[in-house]
Ligand binder design. Sequence first.
Ligand code: AN0
Ligand code: CP
Length: 317
Amino acid sequence: MRNFTCVHDLGDLNKAVKEAFEIKKDRFKHVELGRNKTLLMIFFNSSLRTRLSTQKAAMNLGMNTIVLDINQGAWKLETERGVIMDGDKPEHLLEAIPVMGCYCDIIGVRSFAKFENKEEDYTEMVINQFIKYSGRPVFSMEAATRHPLQSFADLITIEEYKKTARPKVVLTWAPHPRALPQAVPNSFAEWMNETDYDFVITHPKGYELAPEFSGKAKIEYDQAKAFEGADFIYAKNWAAYADPNYGQILSTDRAWTVDEAKMKLTNNAYFMHCLPVRRNMIVTDDVIESPQSIVIQEAANREISAQVVLKRILEGL
Ligand code: AN0
Ligand code: CP
């Protein structure tokens, strides 16, 4: 595998999940694979899990890692071509990227949707420039439209906890005070649509995801109805996608918060969230602290999903 930006880069998902379980049993088996290889992780946005789990995965494979927070100490980067650079940005991405490529073997990039220009976000301008100009394999640590390392960890978690071959998995929108990207729900939907699970998305009207991501999922505007018989509840906030409201908050209605009463409608469902999560906005204290909450186990699987991805990229070097 050269680059990893979406589910299709991984090929057969059953094989990938099997590989994940093997790594989980013995995560130091391939410690020689990454010897003298350097991973560079570039963050344009904050992170706790992605930073730590990806670094840990690289260490399990014997790699060296360098982490750069663009907003803390690096030069502010211009991303647009043709701009007269007389403002506050001393360096252009088009020099910075090939320079970064000189110091490493693999590059991980986190670059969220900016919500300034839908086309720029949905054509994945930033990560695609890394792919084009770095000369190195590139993987997404959450780009503008997808968060594949998260979705892969989510799939591994569902495969670990499911009690039936074809569980009912419900992605529910929940309220949040800030405008959040669609990357996590887009990506989750994209991965769920590659399985044969019974996959349902529920959200208030106006929060429809891009059709290429919601795909064959059932859309249910009545959250209570969607929760009926669910085996997994996957909560997430996102800002509106559809024009003319792209990137806007249309609702902060706490009637959509996941609480115990709603969880009672499910088939004793597990509760999932990618974290970070705002308690009593997205989910109540009681639900996230309940035995059915598997958010920590889900986060732990980020190390595993990152390790499968790094292993496959190293094997292709
Ligand atoms: C980010 C998002 O919603 O995309 C990262 C989630 C992994 N969340 C926040 O910015 C709170
Ligand atoms: N879930 C996730 O990607 O978390 P961070 O933003 O903390 O990396």
